[in-house]
Ligand binder design. Structure first.
Ligand code: SF4
Length: 191
């Protein structure tokens, strides 16, 4: 049986179950994580179990669902899904859920790197970058990467920077130039 994404979220009921103020429950509670993961396996065919295996049957079904070929189906993974969250904040939650300060022998970073872990914002569990599900969304992952500055603002800030440079240079020059620098400063403030 298949559900819409909204229905799926409603059924999972995980919108507000947060362990701490900033950490989703599944990042720190393994039972919650497995519950949500298994639900996604059942309802949205999350998998395959071992992405290193050929899993022809699994990928053929995905290709059929999306009316495409196996090659394209295999390119759509959690790792590039629009719901796959690898922001610093969430990764800290995942790391904190794997090991604590009292467990110096546990290295969450290794686990996270081995599995290319992220947090599925749609189904509320830690998922592996090489797996996928029927609800895959184009455009991910979610990261902290800065968006490029809009061109208009960039030009504005370049002009602003250049004016500041000129003012700086004029301050170190003759009285006439110093006066000009002050005038320019006043003008700049009024902009
Ligand atoms: S991250 Fe995307 S592809 Fe992976 S389980 Fe979540 S919705 Fe599905």
């Amino acid at each position: 049986m298949h559900y819409s994404e909204r229905q799926a979220q409603a059924m999972l009921g995980k919108h507000t179950t947060y362990h701490k103020e900033s950490c989703p429950l599944a990042t720190t509670d393994v039972h919650e994580n497995i519950k949500n993961r298994n639900w996604t396996i059942e309802n949205f065919n999350y998998g395959p179990l071992n992405p290193d295996y050929p899993n022809e049957d699994f990928w053929e079904k995905k290709a059929e669902l999306f009316k495409t070929d196996v090659c394209e189906a295999m390119s759509a993974r959690c790792g590039n899904c629009g719901a796959f969250d690898q922001t610093w904040k969430v990764m800290c939650c995942i790391g904190g859920g794997i090991g604590t300060e009292e467990e110096p022998y546990v290295d969450p970073r290794r686990v996270i790197e081995n599995a290319n872990l992220g947090y599925c914002q749609l189904f509320k569990f830690k998922c592996a970058g090489d797996r996928t599900c029927d609800a895959w969304i184009h455009g991910g992952p979610i990261t902290d990467k800065c968006e490029p500055m809009p061109e208009e603002n960039m030009e504005e800030s370049q002009v602003d920077g250049e004016m500041s440079d000129i003012i700086e240079q004029l301050h170190g020059a003759s009285k006439k130039h110093k006066d000009q620098a002050e005038r320019l400063s006043r003008l700049k403030q009024q902009m």
